[in-house]
Design a protein. Structure first.
Length: 190
């Protein structure tokens, strides 16, 4: 993930290919409850950043000009899943109520769609990062007219990377060690 971008816009055809990657993500019951709010107009992107500024952790002034020109807000919709599982071919599973799901697959599926989008960004020769919205993101979603049954999972900032990624220099990826695979994989038992 990178956090420093040139101000150049992203070619609309390239952006469309990146966005189209999400249709190949897994979807429990083929519920297809992941949707995207794509911001490319400078005023919309600027409003997004204003709404997501954390007063106790303000953006350093030198980082403002290197923000990404495209913001994709990742949305999950639990209703799409509970409606799908209320259908005759799924009702027997008892998943027609969100509280009955042991794992909220609407969020899991949105995460998988996000990963596909991030991989597509790399394939297109661009850069991106994934981050969370301030608070629960509802103020941002309301500003952009997103219906109340959608939840913000996070956002992807993407664009053309600059030569030196100054905004990432102090990030956790550079200050913490990557755990070796032997610490993550437990074979046959813990």
């Amino acid at each position: 993930m990178i956090r420093s971008f040139r101000p150049d816009s992203v070619d609309p055809d390239v952006l469309d290919r990146i966005l189209a990657s999400v249709i190949h993500a897994p979807s429990a019951g083929f519920s297809q409850g992941t949707e995207l709010l794509v911001l490319t107009e400078p005023d919309a992107v600027g409003a997004f950043w204003e709404l997501n500024e954390q007063p106790e952790f303000p953006t350093p002034p030198e980082y403002i000009p290197i923000r990404p020109p495209v913001v994709v807000v990742l949305l999950s919709n639990a209703d799409a899943y509970t409606e799908r599982y209320a259908a005759p071919d799924k009702i027997a599973f008892g998943l027609d109520q969100a509280a009955n799901w042991a794992v909220p697959y609407w969020d899991v599926d949105a995460g998988m769609a996000t990963m596909l989008m991030l991989l597509a960004v790399v394939e297109e020769g661009l850069g991106a990062f994934l981050a969370g919205l301030v608070d629960d993101g509802r103020r941002t979603l309301d500003h952009f007219g997103v219906p109340g049954n959608f939840r913000a999972i996070g956002f992807v900032g993407l664009g053309h990377p600059v030569g030196e990624d100054i905004a990432s220099s102090g990030s956790s990826a550079f200050t913490r060690r990557r755990r070796p695979i032997d610490e993550l994989v437990h074979r046959d038992r813990w």
